[in-house]
Each structure stands twice: as C-alpha cells, then as structure tokens.
Design a protein around this ligand. Structure first.
Ligand code: IPM
Ligand code: MG
Length: 360
C-alpha cells in the first residue's frame, strides 16, 4: 500500500533525526512491500526565516492532505526573543490544534540494557517500569486566554487554564481504553486540592470509571506524582493528565528511562491521521555534530505504523530492532558511560536497519 507522510523536520537536530527515521521507514517499506511517500514542509524557526511566519498555510494544507505527519523539533535560541504568537513553538501548538490531535501518547519504559543509565536507585532500576502517559494536548493553559494588563502591583501577565466536560471525557475515554488493553490500572493526575479545573477533571474521571469496572482507577496529586515517579515508577501503568502536567511529567519520565533521546510520542485525534514526534527538544547545541540520538524519532515512526497505518508487525519489528541494538551494547553519546564507544546518530540508524533486515 502507499502511504503519504508529511515531514516537518523543523529546527536544530530536527532534520537529522527525521532523516534517520525516514531511512528506517524506507527499509521497512522495502522489506514489507509498502511504499512510503514523503513530502517535506516548513514549520518553526526555519519557516520564520524563509516565510516570515512559524506555520505557513502550505504546511497546514500539506499535513491535512497527508496520511500522517512525522515531526522533528522546533525552536532555538535564535528565535527566543520573538513574541508568543511569532515563536517557533506556536507552529507546533497550532498544528496540534488544526489537526485536532487532542491525545498525546507518551510511552516510557526502562530498557534492561540501559539500567546503568537510569539515575534511580539500583533496586528501582532493576524492578523496571513500563508506563503510558496519556496527555491532553489541545486544551488547558496552553490554549486558554492569556495576555498582559495592569494589575494590583503594576503591569502583569496572565494565562488561564480551562477544561470543558467534553474535553475531559474524550481524553479520559482514550486513557480507560488504553488501560483496558494493558495492565488495567489508570492513575489520573491533577491538582484538585487547589484548581477548579482539576476538581472538574476528577469528577468526570470518577463518572467514567463506572463504565470501566475492570480498570483500577485512582487519583494522584501532581506534586505527589512527580515524587512517586522517582520513588516507585513501577506502580504506574497508564497515567492520564492535563496538557501542562503531562508536558512536565513526561520529561521527568523520560529522564528516568536513561535518556530523553529515547522517548517517542503519538498525537492522535478522531481520524487515523496522527502526528509523531520525539518528546525531546531541538537541542541546537548539538545540531549538525552527528551526536543526536535518533531512537526517539525512529520509535515515533514505529508508533505511526501502529496507530495510523495498523501495521503492527512492522511497528514491532522496529521496536525489537531498537531493543536488540541497545542490548548488543551500541550507544549514542547521550547513553554512553565513561570510556564507552559511541555511535553517531546515523551509525545508530545503520545498526537498527541492519537488525531489522536480519530479523525480517
Ligand atoms: C513537548 C514540548 C512542547 C510542549 C513545546 C515545544 C511547545 O515541550 O512536546 O513536550 O510543551 O508541548
Ligand atoms: Mg515538553
């Protein structure tokens, strides 16, 4: 079958990690008889430089016309001085919004080969963990009213968090359904001791829990969750939370896997078209050095095969190849211990492709 994939490489390490993931997809396509057609579009800082705005209409149209979107990263110090609406990050938020991608799946697990890279206590790392963070992606404080005004103490700025019952219901449904297919445990994370949005969030979750009697559902306050992730990450199976809490906790979850360079994500809506991107940033400091770990983007491409194209076997093939390459001791700079040999991102990709070919 033919699949049309929009590539939004973005800034910093974006182009190199996306190019590596494309090579993996091409290898899988070649072996399994699929044709992946790629079309690149500008977004972020590079779009500001070339078109004067972070998200050109052509990119929106191209993504809407594609079967799925693979995204690198946007942003960098060069554009940090721009106002909120002109920043590269605006492109990402707008894309999520126009594509209707309200669900963000961020799996985090520890690879047995990387237990030494896990900064947690040895016995916690040994126990391992495997969680799926379900982050609400098109609502909350990211999209609420914001601005500047004169306040009691002089000039001030404000951002507002709001959630409707329907927005909470639709993300909760994804979370319950995800938990049903996994270990049937759902932790809903909020700040209901302070925030009204969290109290509404909690009551909607409780209402929906009645329809999922086989899922063990509980609430946790976000400050406690930040602590529990470090103390005992194995207690989590599926976690559901708001846009901002999910942003913060998923970075924490990534760090305890050993490196932020490993974590993929899938952004999904009501249709099969999704947007897939690593959860890390554009790392302008290492862009062009070959150091960037492509694994998070390669695993994001694997998620695309699973969620957008229903190619479970092909998705699994990529994931198994990544596991095997790590188990064989190959490391990019972010994963290497002292004195360990390191591969460039493109050499790591070669190893993964070789492993895919061997396994096929
Ligand atoms: C992420 C990123 C984005 C977010 C930024 C770049 C806008 O941190 O995908 O986690 O906050 O959602
Ligand atoms: Mg983030």
């Amino acid at each position: 079958m033919d699949y049309h994939i929009a590539l939004v490489k973005g800034d910093g390490i974006g182009p190199e990690i996306v190019d590596n993931a494309v090579r993996v997809l091409e290898a899988v396509g070649r072996l399994c008889g699929h044709t992946f057609r790629f079309q690149s579009y500008l977004a972020g800082g590079c779009a500001i430089d070339q078109c004067g705005k972070p998200l050109p209409q052509e990119t929106i149209d191209g993504c809407l016309a594609s079967d799925s979107v693979l995204l690198g990263e946007v942003g960098g110090p060069k554009w940090d001085g721009l106002s909120g609406d002109q920043r590269p990050e605006k492109a990402l938020l707008q894309l999520r919004s126009v594509l209707g991608l309200y669900t963000n799946l961020r799996p985090a697990r520890i690879y047995s080969a990387l237990k030494d890279a896990c900064p947690l206590k040895r016995d916690t790392a040994e126990k391992g963990f495997d969680l799926m963070m379900v982050r609400e992606l098109t609502g909350g404080i990211y999209f609420g009213q914001r601005g500047r005004r004169e306040g009691k103490y002089g000039p001030e700025a404000y951002d507002t968090e709001s959630y409707s019952v329907n927005e909470i219901k639709r993300i909760a449904k994804v979370a319950f359904e995800t938990a049903k297919k996994r270990r049937k445990k759902l932790t809903s994370i909020d700040k209901a001791n302070v925030l009204e949005t969290s109290r509404l969030w909690r009551s909607v979750i409780h209402e929906m829990a009645v329809d999922y009697p086989d899922v063990d559902c509980s609430d946790m306050l976000v400050d406690n969750a930040a602590m529990q992730l470090i103390r005992d990450p194995a207690q989590f199976d599926v976690v559901v939370t708001t846009n901002m809490f999910g942003d913060i906790l998923s970075d924490e979850a990534s760090q305890i896997t050993g490196s932020i360079g490993l974590l993929p994500s899938a952004s999904l809506g009501e249709t099969k078209r999704g947007m897939y991107e690593p959860i890390h940033g554009s790392a302008p400091d290492i862009a062009g050095t070959g150091k960037a770990n492509p694994i998070a983007t390669i695993l994001s491409a694997a998620m695309m095969l699973r969620y957008s194209f229903d190619l479970e076997r092909e998705s699994h093939l990529i994931e198994e190849a990544v596991d095997a390459v790590l188990a064989a001791g190959w490391r990019t700079a972010d994963l290497a211990g002292p004195g360990q040999n390191t591969l460039t991102g493109s050499q790591m990709t070669d190893k993964i492709i070789q492993e895919i070919e061997n396994r096929f």
